[in-house]
Design a protein around this ligand. Structure first.
Ligand SMILES: NC(=O)c1ccc[n+]([C@@H]2O[C@H](COP(=O)([O-])OP(=O)(O)OC[C@H]3O[C@@H](n4cnc5c(N)ncnc54)[C@H](O)[C@@H]3O)[C@@H](O)[C@H]2O)c1
Length: 419
């Protein structure tokens, strides 16, 4: 029997931390969530979920055994602590300042027998080289004997209705056998299947492999889409046929670029690590070059399509449908839509947007007008689909007079121009 008041403390209540806290509370654990943002703490405690994957009902139910707090001292009362704070790029370099500051908050409140797990995505070595030394420095305790540490990459896929927190296998690791045993026992309470890997560096690398794999394959299909266009080959016909192969092929589809907190960012963490041994990850660099070129390619296609109808880009009126980086969520971090809108504004295009999940949008200090509903289309020269939100399936695109350019290949839009 543990003497801790809480089974779990989650540090950072965002897309990763909040679902973990809610699922854990709804699985019978006593949970607190520590976040540096007072607004976030207030919002959560009032039962309003800031993320789409957690409904207000789920959150309210969880609040019976879960509290959000801005008080780090409460972390000393938690048997397990999971750190899920941002790991962004600053000046194109991994920025571990959030992990360091979370480690300080945890370290200053660390007590014997606690189990600390890092879930933020990061380069291999972070747990051993950054987290452990900081925890030891601020606590004066020894990792592996006084307290236990490990790394477990998060695989959450915002908006995915099938693969959720509980049924997605969880890769786990520990800095030693004792740590691993305790971490495995913890996750087994809340997750159907754990996958043990032999060290924290391997576990950190798993996440980078998963996301670099996506990044590279998206770049491959984007490059092929641009080449097929020149060869007058329908890439969608090709992809749809290729994916009928039941083995040895996984389908990726072209799009306006890559977005979100993971795909554009994580490969940089990998490159950072390999540059330390003087080696670039050549696939990553090429993939970045191709994926980063997609917004400009989209704008060049917009220009061509307008010209084909005797219109020009300058002063044209374009309604962008969807600005979030992926379907059915509001997250706009690194969304290619932001780059595309910026390029369109530079060309003096009159842009508006419609996104059921996003209410306000500022590009280079300019507020972009939000169209009031997805039915006010008459005034636009072009409808430019950048995110395939499910709601757009209700629009009868085929009956519209405007040029419709679908960069997403969503199967609800049939007779339109595609990327
Ligand atoms: N969003 C995803 O789909 C996803 C998927 C897998 C992994 N990840 C990784 O998980 C980590 C977290 O990402 P996210 O999307 O949940 O971020 P997020 O921005 O949604 O949430 C992070 C939260 O941490 C809080 N925070 C920042 N510094 C803090 C500190 N020192 N102490 C306490 N709270 C702090 C912020 O206020 C915020 O509420 C990142 O490393 C990310 O790469 C994200």
């Amino acid at each position: 029997m543990s003497n801790f008041k809480y089974d779990l403390g989650v540090v950072g209540l965002g897309y990763v931390g909040l679902p973990l806290a809610v699922v854990s509370a709804n699985s019978g654990l006593n949970v607190i969530g520590y976040d540096v943002s007072p607004e976030r703490v207030k919002e959560i405690n009032s039962g309003v979920s800031p993320i789409e994957d957690i409904s207000d009902q789920e959150l309210s139910k969880a609040l019976n055994s879960f509290d959000a707090t801005g008080e780090p001292a409460l972390l000393s009362k938690c048997q397990h602590i999971v750190i899920s704070v941002p790991t962004p790029l600053t000046d194109y370099q991994p920025d571990l300042s959030y992990v360091e500051s979370a480690a300080k908050s945890v370290g200053e409140n660390l007590v014997s027998n606690q189990v600390i797990i890092l879930e933020s995505t990061t380069y291999p070595g972070t747990t051993l080289e950054v987290l452990v030394p900081n925890l030891e420095k601020y606590s004066n305790l020894e990792a592996g004997s006084d307290f236990f540490v490990g790394y477990s990459p998060e695989r959450i896929d915002p908006g995915n209705k099938e693969w959720k927190f509980k049924n997605t296998p969880k890769v786990i690791s520990g800095i030693n056998e004792d740590s691993l045993e305790k971490i495995n026992a913890f996750y087994k309470k809340i997750i159907d299947q754990t996958v043990i890997v032999k060290g924290t560096r391997e576990a950190e690398m798993v996440k980078l492999l998963e996301n670099t794999y996506r990044h590279v394959n998206i770049a491959l299909i984007n490059e092929l889409a641009m080449l097929c266009k020149m060869l007058e080959i329908d890439i969608w016909e090709v992809v749809n046929a290729a994916k009928t192969k039941p083995f040895g092929f996984q389908s990726f589809t072209p799009g306006p670029g890559v977005g979100g907190h993971c795909i554009p960012v994580d490969p940089e963490y990998l490159s950072f690590k390999t540059r330390q041994i003087g080696k670039p990850v050549r696939f990553v660099e090429l993939a970045q070059e191709i994926n980063n070129s997609m917004p400009a390619y989209v704008v060049s296609r917009v220009n061509e399509l307008l010209n084909s109808k005797d219109k020009i880009l300058r002063n044209s009126k374009i309604l962008v449908l969807g600005v979030a980086y992926k379907k059915d969520i509001s997250d706009m971090r690194e969304s290619p839509a932001l780059d595309i809108l910026e390029l369109l504004l530079e060309k003096n295009v009159e842009v508006s947007f419609y996104d059921p999940f996003v209410n306000e949008l500022n590009i280079s200090g300019q507020s972009i007008k939000k169209e009031s509903s997805s039915n006010n289309f008459e005034n636009y020269d072009m409808l430019l689909v950048l995110t395939p939100h499910s709601e757009f399936s209700e629009i009868n695109f085929d009956s519209l007079q405007n040029i419709v350019f679908d960069t997403t290949g969503s199967n609800f839009i049939q007779s339109t121009e595609r990327i």
